[in-house]
Write a protein that binds this ligand. Structure first.
Ligand SMILES: [Zn+2]
Length: 134
């Protein structure tokens, strides 16, 4: 999983500049990978940046395949949606790094604990707010 890869970029309790740069680098690499994965199976909506839909042009015409293809389409769209969500979280996280707000809760502005950031580097909420939203 992505978070496991990203977790290695935070290896000390202190969120210093070098760690943040490393994390930002890893996040940008992850976005490149997401874009590659997305463009392989989906087309970006020309009007909405970051909004992707599965391409249907390469699906066959024959009747027998239709049900199977509908299932495959659902599966691919679910994957596309998950990648889009992850992309948005990463973009928001990079914005927070750039504006010096990384590690602060979006909701209550408390410091998000280093343990939580290690486990979920794109966490936007502190553990208290995250558990209340569920
Ligand atoms: Zn909070």
């Amino acid at each position: 999983m992505t978070n496991d890869i990203l977790a290695y970029s935070i290896n000390s309790n202190k969120m210093d500049k070098a760690n943040l740069l490393k994390l930002k680098n890893n996040l940008q690499k992850r976005i490149e990978n997401i874009d590659k994965e997305l463009s392989a199976i989906a087309s970006e909506n020309p009007l909405v940046r970051g909004d992707f839909d599965v391409r249907v042009d390469n699906l066959g015409e024959s009747q027998e395949d239709t049900a199977q293809e509908a299932g495959e389409l659902d599966r691919q769209q679910a994957l596309v949606d998950a990648l889009e969500r992850e992309r948005k979280e990463i973009v928001a996280t990079i914005d927070k790094i750039d504006s010096g707000k990384y590690g602060k809760c979006d909701n209550c502005s408390a410091e998000i604990s280093p343990n939580r950031l290690r486990a979920v580097p794109v966490a936007a909420l502190c553990i208290t707010c995250a558990s209340q939203k569920r």
